[in-house]
Design a protein around this ligand. Structure first.
Ligand code: 13P
Length: 257
C-alpha cells in the first residue's frame, strides 16, 4: 500500500517542561504558525497539569491533544495516577505510552504498556506506543530482538480495529536528547522491520495503514531527510517541540506523498 494512505503525524512530547502559562503561550504561538497546515496530524503532549488549559487554546483548531502517560485502571485507590476516562474528559485524543524514559526510570514493562494501551483504546484514546533500543543493545547487534520484544509485547491481543487506532513511535534511546540522530537509512531499516512484524501478526491491509513515527533529536535540520523515508510517517519531537518556531517548521516538513 502506498505511503499516501498514511497521514503523517508530528507530535511534540514536552516531557517535564512548561507551567500552565508557558504551555498556553507556546500553544497560542504554534496555533498561528500551523493554521494552514493540512494533510498532517499535529499533536502536542503537555504535562498533565497543563492539559485543560492547552485544550482551551486548541479547541476547533488543527492541533490535537495527547497526554504523556495513562494508568491501566479507570478509577480506584491508585494515588497519583491518571486514567483514560480522565484524559478523554480533559480533551485528549492521544496518549503516549511506554516512552523509554518511563521504561528506564519508572519501571514500565511491555506488560504494563499493553495494559495501558488497552485501557486507552477502551476509552477511544489513540495510543502512541514507544519502542527503541539502547546503545549497548544496538552495539551488541540486538536492535531487532529488542524492537520485536517491545512491539509484539505492546500490541498483544489487539484486534485489527484496535491496531488501526495505534501509532508506533520508534525512538532509539541513544538518539533521545543527545543530538545524535539515527541516519535516515538506520531509521528506515527499523521502521521497515516494525512494518514486517505488524504484517506477520495482521493482514497486510491493516499493517500497512499503521503510522510509524521516528523520534530522537528530530530538528528542522534533519526532519525532511528522515521523513522522506518510505516507512517514516512523521516524528515524535522532544526538545525541538518546546519552541513554537522549530516545531512548526517540522510540521511543515511532514511529507505525505
Ligand atoms: P528529543 O527530540 O529531545 O531527542 O526527544 C525525543 C523524544 O524522546 C520524544 O518522545
Amino acid at each position: 500500500m502506498e505511503r499516501t494512505m498514511r497521514t503523517p503525524i508530528i507530535a511534540g512530547n514536552w516531557k517535564l517542561n512548561k507551567t500552565i502559562s508557558e504551555s498556553v503561550a507556546l500553544t497560542t504561538a504554534l496555533k498561528t504558525l500551523v493554521v494552514d497546515e493540512t494533510d498532517v496530524e499535529i499533536i502536542v503532549a503537555p504535562p498533565f497539569t497543563a492539559l485543560a488549559a492547552v485544550n482551551d487554546v486548541i479547541v476547533n483548531s488543527n492541533i490535537h491533544l495527547a497526554a504523556q502517560d495513562v494508568y491501566s485502571e479507570d478509577s480506584g485507590a491508585f494515588t497519583g495516577e491518571v486514567s483514560a476516562p480522565m484524559l478523554k474528559d480533559v480533551g485528549c485524543g492521544y496518549v503516549i505510552i511506554g516512552h523509554s524514559e518511563r521504561r528506564q526510570y519508572f519501571g514500565e514493562t511491555n506488560e504494563s504498556v499493553n495494559q495501558k494501551a488497552k485501557a486507552a483504546l477502551a476509552h477511544d484514546l489513540k495510543p502512541i506506543i514507544c519502542v527503541g533500543e539502547q546503545l549497548e543493545e544496538r552495539e551488541a547487534g540486538r536492535t531487532e530482538a529488542v524492537i520485536e520484544d517491545h512491539v509484539t509485547g505492546g500490541i498483544v491481543g489487539l484486534s485489527d480495529t484496535e491496531l488501526l487506532s495505534c501509532v508506533i513511535a520508534y525512538e532509539p534511546v541513544w538518539a533521545i536528547g543527545t543530538g545524535k540522530t539515527a541516519t535516515p537509512d538506520q531509521a528506515q531499516e527499523v521502521h521497515n522491520f516494525i512494518r514486517g512484524l505488524l504484517t506477520k501478526a495482521y493482514a497486510v491491509e491493516v499493517a500497512s495503514q499503521v503510522c510509524i513515527q521516528y523520534g530522537g533529536s528530530v530538528k528542522p535540520e534533519n526532519a525532511t531527510e528522515l521523513m522522506s523515508q518510505p516507512d517514516v510517517d512523521g516524528a515524535l519531537v522532544g526538545g525541538a517541540s518546546l519552541e513554537a518556531e522549530s516545531f512548526a517548521q517540522i510540521v511543515k516538513m511532514a511529507i505525505s506523498s
